[in-house]
Design a binder for this molecule. Sequence first.
Ligand code: SGN
Ligand code: CA
Length: 523
Amino acid sequence: MKHGVSRREFLRTLGLGAAALAVPACSPGVRRASAAPAAGPNILFVYSDDHAYQAISAYGSKVNKTPHIDRLGREGMRFDECYVTNSICGPMRAVVMTGKYSHLNGFWRNGLQFDVAQQTFPKLLQRAGYQTAIIGKYHLGRKLNPQGFDYYEILIGQGPYYNPPMRKIGHEQPVKHTGYTTDIITDLALEWLKNGRDKSKPFMLMYQHKAPHRNWQPGPKHLTMYDGVTIPEPDSLFENYEGRPTAVKTQDMTISKTMNRSDLKLTPPRGLTPEQRKPWDAAYGPKNKKFEEAKLQGKDLVRWKYQRYIKDYLRCIASVDDNLGRVLEYLDSSGLAANTIVIYSSDQGFYLGEHGWFDKRWIYEESLRTPLLARWPGVIKPGSVNSDIVSPLDFAETFLAVAGAGIPDDMQGRSILPLLKGHTPADWRKTLYYHYYEFPGAHRVRRHYGVADRRYKLIHFYEKNVDEWELIDLKANPGENRNFYGDTAYADVQARLHKELRRLRKRYKVPDADPDAASRKRR
Ligand code: SGN
Ligand code: CA
């Protein structure tokens, strides 16, 4: 166990919140014994899909308001530099489960089956006396049932926005639901909190939304929100990619070209009931008619697409935020709030028109950084902000530390518990290693790895036919549209980052060949 220091520190500092946390004065040895009741707080992990920090008012959103997410920041801590390790859904979920990089947890691209037999933090929490549940999006494969959960009810694959069939523990066949998925996931989570769990144990609930994932279908309550409003455009909506790496020029994720009629709601979604179709058609019908008649071209058309996209995206978020409000209200009224750590995060960030894009995948800011807010009454100082580099790679370790359970040596992140308490260890990381693999794949983003600190990024697009390097300087060029690689003024920075990249690849045991190298060669 490598957690000795942080655990001792955890116990030492418990004086702070001991009463509120109802932690009995027991030694670590006793705590770990299987017969002892778990003593840590409840853990509520709220996870959305593709929720950009630019669309959270606590992060200074220029486009929307998220009062309930903001509340977590006001009553807890906001992390400004939470970097994902592989900006894509399934892989980040696997990183969260295991505390390991993709090349070690085996789930390096979407569409794989997660090896459920491996070590995960929910299994370790179970062993530490927690009751564990996952409700909502799972996206770690359909072939095997989740392990490490006392309860699960999960979407199948991506799952639809309306009327989702869900896989429920103990049921052979999917359970059908009628309604809006964000509401349904919340209803199920509340039901489990109220009546489903074993109240003699602390819980760890993963409450995970499908929203606001593509193709951004708003719920019945938000269909006309933002009508008549113009949402500000990002400065780089019409970026031309001059001087950028080949990978940037050959992607397929622009609002102008990639978005299809279904994304833009020019065709209605399938699978709605007649009662759901009625308000949908009433909301989109007249607007679509006006659009078709206007016969927009060029930049005007892109501008229209951006407005349609961003409004639908924000409508989906409004529902996520409203539903979080319901959950927070329940924690308050049930008295659970005082002894529950609530975390809000997203599997990765998202482009809201920056570089002309939607989607994610890149090491660039909007998809590297993901929101992270945490509230833990009596432990986290309300209204605090942290700007250390943290990562979902640290979540498993953090949950185990919060629970007072041991952190296995083979996990690759580090518990952020000291940061939550306002103390950053002197040897906290200053850089993060990143690696994206899903090419060929949707949106044609080339494989790349790189290192990011808070100012610079060194990026390697490393496939044989597109072997290119890029150096980003956020201070000189916050828009990340200039490549400083090879610029003599950056020689020292470049050399330093090359060295750091080699160090990190060695430290995290990144193999020279990609996981699919052998099969790609055969093809
Ligand atoms: C779907 C989407 C893509 C998206 C991937 C991965 N297309 O394929 O736009 O990048 O999911 O998203 S869609 O037309 O089916 O919506 S992830 O969040 O699951 O990684
Ligand atoms: Ca995602």
